[in-house]
Design a protein around this ligand. Structure first.
Ligand SMILES: [Mn+2]
Length: 243
C-alpha cells in the first residue's frame, strides 16, 4: 500500500464491449490493488437502470470491486450521465463510496475539484434541461418502480436516441463552457480540476484571477486502449493500458 491515487472515467462498460470489461476487471485486480484509492469519475457503465440489474457483466464487476475494497483500496464513485441511477445498494454490495457531483480532494497539498463533467457543458441546453428533470427524486422513483425488463428496453432506446441527437450537435456545444469551468472552480476555491465526460483527454492551462489553473480531462476507454491518471507524492503520470 502506498499513497497513490488513480483516476478513471468513461469506460462505458456494456455487454457489447467485452474487451473493456476484461481490461477493467484486470485493472482492479492487478493495478488498482497497488493504489491507496481509486476515483471513478462517472460513466463506468454505458447504461445503469438500477442496482437490482443482474445482467452481465454487472455481477462480475460487483465481485471484483468488493474484492478490491476488502483488500484495503478505497474506491470512490461519482455518477456520470449514463449511470446516475447507480445508488446505495450497489455501494453496499461493493464497498464503493458514492461521492457528490462536485467534491474537493487534497492532491499533494493542492485542493483539487472532481466532477464527471456533464455539469460543465452548459451550452447544451436541452441536455441540461433533461438532467435537471431526471435528477429529481420523483423522476428516479418513477423510473425505478418500473419492471427491470422495461427499464432495460428503455435504456436501449435512450442510447439509440442519444446517438442520433449527438450527430446533430456541434463539437463546441458538446464541450465544456470555459466560463462555467472558471465559475465552478472559483466557487470551490480550487485551481485544479479533474473531469471526464467529453472524451477529449487533455491538460488545459489557464488563469483564474491571475493565478495558474489546470484542468485535467480524462480519456474514455476504448476497445484497444485505456488511460489512468495516477497521482502520488511526486506528482502525476498518465499510464496507458494496452491489453
Ligand atoms: Mn458522460
Amino acid at each position: 500500500m502506498n499513497n497513490e491515487i488513480l483516476f478513471i472515467s468513461d469506460l462505458h462498460i456494456s455487454l457489447e464491449k467485452p474487451e473493456i470489461t476484461r481490461r477493467f476487471l484486470s485493472f482492479l485486480e492487478n493495478r488498482a490493488s497497488k493504489a491507496s484509492a481509486v476515483y471513478i469519475l462517472g460513466d463506468l457503465f454505458d447504461a445503469w437502470v438500477g442496482d437490482d440489474d443482474p445482467t452481465p457483466p454487472n455481477n462480475k464487476i460487483r465481485k471484483q470491486l468488493k474484492q478490491l475494497t476488502n483488500s484495503g483500496t478505497k474506491v470512490y464513485f461519482q455518477q456520470g450521465n449514463r449511470d446516475f441511477l447507480l445508488g446505495n445498494k450497489f455501494c453496499e454490495d461493493t464497498g464503493v463510496t458514492l461521492i457528490d457531483d462536485f467534491i474537493v480532494v487534497d492532491l499533494g497539498g493542492v485542493p483539487t475539484l472532481l466532477t464527471h463533467g456533464d455539469l460543465l457543458c452548459t451550452d447544451d441546453l436541452p441536455y441540461q434541461a433533461f438532467r435537471a428533470k431526471s435528477h429529481t427524486q420523483e423522476w428516479k422513483n418513477y423510473v425505478l418502480s418500473k419492471p427491470l425488463l422495461l427499464r432495460l428496453l428503455a435504456a436501449r432506446w435512450y442510447r439509440l436516441r442519444s446517438y442520433f441527437h449527438k450527430r446533430n450537435k456541434t463539437q463546441e456545444i458538446m464541450d465544456v463552457n470555459q466560463d462555467t469551468v472558471i465559475n465552478v472552480m472559483r466557487d470551490y476555491n480550487c485551481l485544479r480540476l479533474i473531469h471526464g465526460h467529453t472524451h477529449r483527454p487533455a491538460l488545459h492551462n489557464f488563469k483564474i484571477n491571475g493565478q495558474p489553473a489546470q484542468r485535467f480531462v480524462l480519456s474514455a476507454w476504448s476497445k484497444e486502449t485505456a488511460e489512468v491518471l495516477c497521482w502520488n507524492s511526486t506528482g502525476y503520470k498518465i499510464e496507458t493500458i494496452r491489453n
